[in-house]
Each structure stands twice: as structure tokens, then as C-alpha cells.
Design a protein. Structure first.
Length: 72
């Protein structure tokens, strides 16, 4: 089992049920979920404020949104 204790994971997924499932998996591994967010715009705001350790991004966010998040 993966241990995410002490790790903050940003979750960006526009599908509500998938976002909740991913958040549950992260919490089950003792990680802290930042989000989940349903849009890149909201996630970018949180990314600047929360400085997560890693991120799980929806592949359909678009290249510009993913590139902007990676730059932060």
C-alpha cells in the first residue's frame, strides 16, 4: 500500500464522481487532498496559495492549463 502521509496532493478533475474517488484513495493512503477542483482556473488559484507536493490533473484540461500549473 502506498503511504502519502504528510503529502499534499492537488486534484483537478471535472468529473465529480471520479474526483471523489481519487480524493478517497489519497485520504486512504493518509495523504491530504487539496481540492478537488473542477476547473483549471480554480486549481491555479489554490496552487499558488497551498503549494502541494504533487498534483493529479485531468488529461482533458488542455495544454495551456497544464503548462501554467506546471510553471507554478
Amino acid at each position: 500500500m502506498i503511504n502519502l502521509s504528510g503529502r499534499r496532493v492537488l486534484v483537478v478533475e471535472d468529473s465529480f464522481y471520479l474526483a471523489m474517488d481519487v480524493a478517497d484513495i489519497i485520504r486512504d493512503a493518509d495523504g491530504e487532498v487539496v481540492g478537488p477542483f473542477h476547473s483549471a482556473r480554480d486549481a491555479l488559484k489554490a496552487l499558488v496559495q497551498s503549494a502541494p507536493d504533487s498534483a493529479l490533473l485531468d488529461v482533458k484540461l488542455g495544454e495551456v492549463a497544464k503548462a501554467r500549473m506546471a510553471a507554478v
